[in-house]
Design a protein around this ligand. Structure first.
Ligand code: XIL
Length: 452
């Protein structure tokens, strides 16, 4: 592993903040039923991981800015550092948004991941429409990298130097760079970036390379060969623009095989999209998917951490790019944390939503020879909920047969019910009731219910 100044800074902060986060968890746990929410960045620190988000500079005020600053310790400019953003007209530069994001990060003790230098997309039209000799193209690439990486020298922890170099079948993507310079553009870009900022970790980043497949194996072979040639390459970025219920089963194994090559791995653009509208079942599946991705990274030492591609559904590229899809991020459009947010927290050793001030009460409203109707009321006084989950054990063989106003599942004696899409919110002073039918024989005692 390269020992550059940014990495040392990360590790030191992790140790210090980690100790604080563990202390806070213990204290809160001793005095309340559930620990108060600990920001994701502190939970990540305690695990020596980073938790990042892509951001849009113009939105970094108000609630958006508060959450971006409080919950995350890495930022990636979603668009601000792309070539088309910084040099829309040849020789005319616009660094305003990129500068603003870097300044915001420094003010909030955050690291920045630069994104991105050599890509086929979001380039200025003067570049893509130009006619260039190989020598001219080579010069353009070198100059661009020297200028942009040099501008932020010593201030950025990492760069996605090369983005999306492969086709799905593992062949090289036909791009401006590949067509003009051959595969050598990759080593050239990495070498230029190292020269411009020796302390930044240099990455190759791609999508659909999260599981072991043809594209990912091409990436693996490229990284292996770059390492063998002594080309500066420090890490691999797995973008992870995933589809609900389709986290690759080989994710952890795949992260590990890159780590075994002697490079770091980062999940750089995580989002998990679903067909709209969202509902409680899809959001629960999404939470499980987020947790699976987090767990895979936490399990591999050289996985540096996870960046989400936008933290709120109001700032996500998904609805524009995949019509009919969305709800892909951990916070909803009104900045309420979704089950996915708590799943991330739990994977990092934190807790689910605080249920302080809220209670769940179980009662049997009618009972006949083999069946019964029950209900659970969730009431808040001095707290509130944006989603809820109630669990209990049926110790006398009871079995749920049907539920309404909640989605209930029973596995053996354990029952778990989560809110429906329309009744997750319980205001301070308010309540929500759901009901169910069940079967019983012998006895039908009232179980102890847990809200959480
Ligand atoms: C996306 C941005 O989020 C959008 O705002 C923009 O319109 C298109 O690009 N892979 C990448 C990112 O590496 O740069 C892309 O970002 C998403 C896919």
């Amino acid at each position: 592993m390269r020992t550059s100044r940014p990495s040392l800074r990360v590790r030191l902060t992790a140790v210090l903040a980690g100790a604080a986060a563990v202390g806070a968890l213990l204290t809160a746990g001793a005095t309340t039923a559930r620990a108060a929410d600990v920001p994701l960045r502190d939970l990540a620190d305690a695990k020596s991981k980073v938790m990042g988000t892509a951001v849009t500079g113009s939105k970094l005020t108000g609630t958006y800015g508060d959450i971006a600053g409080a919950q995350f310790n890495w930022l990636t400019p979603g668009n601000a550092m792309k070539w088309g953003s910084v040099e829309p007209t040849r020789g005319t530069y616009n660094w305003a948004e990129a500068d603003q994001i870097v300044a915001f990060a420094e003010a909030h003790g955050q690291q920045v991941r630069g994104h991105t230098l050599a890509w086929h997309s979001q380039n200025p039209s003067w570049l893509t429409n130009g006619t260039w000799t190989s020598a001219e193209l080579s010069q353009l690439l070198n100059d661009h990298i020297a200028l942009e990486v040099g501008r932020y020298k010593g201030r950025l922890a990492a760069w996605d130097v090369v983005n999306e170099p492969f086709n799905e079948d593992g062949t090289y993507r036909q791009t401006l760079w590949y067509n003009g310079l051959g595969t050598g553009y990759i080593a050239q870009a990495l070498t230029a970036a190292r020269a411009a900022d020796p302390d930044a970790e240099l990455y190759i980043n791609d999508y659909n390379v999260e599981g072991v497949n043809a594209k990912c194996t091409a990436l693996y072979n490229l990284v292996k060969s770059l390492k063998e040639q002594g080309v500066p390459i420090d890490g691999v970025g797995l973008q992870a623009h995933l589809i609900l219920g389709q986290v690759p089963s080989t994710l952890q194994q795949n992260i590990q095989r890159f780590a075994d090559l002697g490079v770091d791995v980062a999940i750089t653009e995580l989002d998990i999209r679903m067909t709209l509208p969202s509902d409680s079942t899809k959001l629960a599946q999404q939470a499980a998917d987020y947790k699976a991705v987090m767990n895979a990274c936490v399990a591999v030492t050289r996985c540096t951490g996870v960046t989400v591609w936008g933290f709120t559904d109001s700032d996500s590229w998904i609805p524009d790019t995949f019509p009919g899809q969305g709800a892909a991020t951990p916070y909803d459009e009104n900045y309420a944390p979704k089950p996915a947010y708590y799943a991330i927290a739990e994977a990092l050793g934190g807790s689910g939503p605080s249920t302080d001030g809220c209670t769940a009460t179980y009662s049997v409203s009618s009972q006949w020879n083999t069946g019964f109707t029950g209900q659970v009321t969730i009431a808040c006084a001095g707290g509130s909920l944006s989603s809820w989950k109630v669990g209990w054990e049926f110790g006398a063989g009871q079995q749920i047969t049907q539920a309404w106003n909640a989605t209930c599942t029973q596995s053996g004696t354990a029952v778990q019910c989560v809110n429906a899409s329309y009744n997750g919110t319980v205001a301070d002073g308010g309540s929500v009731t759901f009901g169910f039918n069940g079967s019983w024989s012998g006895s039908n005692p009232v179980p102890t219910v847990a809200l959480g």
